[in-house]
Design a protein around this ligand. Structure first.
Ligand code: MN3
Length: 207
């Protein structure tokens, strides 16, 4: 079964003014769709791999034949990462979106970083420094939260780590509104984080 573009769980303008409607159309309808088109093409003659969920697919890249492994890593990664990304955001200025974290993730952030402000500072500074295209991630490893980055569309899943949240710092994610000011985008992004969804992912990361 070929992968399909998941619809956004909110309107294209829901993340305004922090992420603009034009960026959302391009990012979701064009960039995400292209990753899906490319990974589907690569798997066309590999029904056993195409039958996996995309997260399972990129969790075991060694199971992917070498001649299509890079294409699957980049485009399967792109599909997985963006599918996660849309769901961990929500309508700006609505209940549970942005603001302070809640639930277990709030307690773990306090335990591991001191407080939310310190966590955001670590995440934003680490991710701002990712050279070129990539992602900033929050993962849970060795009983602690950790901020990591990856290049391109590499997913923590390929390293055996479950992404609790991730922010896309490819220029296509922010350039229309923020131009070269990646730190401004990173700072603004916290206004649209869906903490209920992040808590669900944290529960999964803890196993
Ligand atoms: Mn992107």
């Amino acid at each position: 079964m070929a992968y399909e573009l998941p619809p956004l769980p909110y309107d294209y303008n829901a993340l305004e003014p922090f992420i603009d409607v034009e960026t959302m159309h391009l990012h979701h309808d064009k960039h995400h769709q292209t990753y899906i088109t490319n990974v589907n093409a690569a798997l066309a003659n590999h029904p056993n791999l195409a039958a996996k969920s995309v997260d399972d697919l990129i969790s075991d890249l060694n199971a992917v034949p070498e001649d299509i492994r890079s294409v699957v890593r980049n485009n399967g990664g792109g599909h997985s990462n963006h599918s996660m990304f849309w769901t961990i955001m929500g309508k700006a200025n609505s209940s549970g979106i942005g603001g302070q974290p809640s639930g277990d993730i709030a307690r773990q952030i306090s335990a591991d970083f001191g407080d939310f402000e310190a966590f955001k500072k670590t995440f934003n500074e680490t991710t701002a420094k990712q050279f070129g295209s990539g992602w900033g991630w929050l993962v849970f490893t060795g009983g602690k939260l950790k901020v990591i980055t990856s290049a391109n569309q590499d997913s923590p899943l390929s390293q055996g780590l479950y992404p609790i949240l991730g922010n896309d710092v490819w220029e296509h994610a922010y350039y229309l509104k923020y131009q070269n000011k990646r730190p401004d985008y990173l700072a603004a992004w916290w206004n649209v984080v869906n903490w209920a969804e992040v808590n669900k992912r944290f529960a999964k990361a803890k196993g």
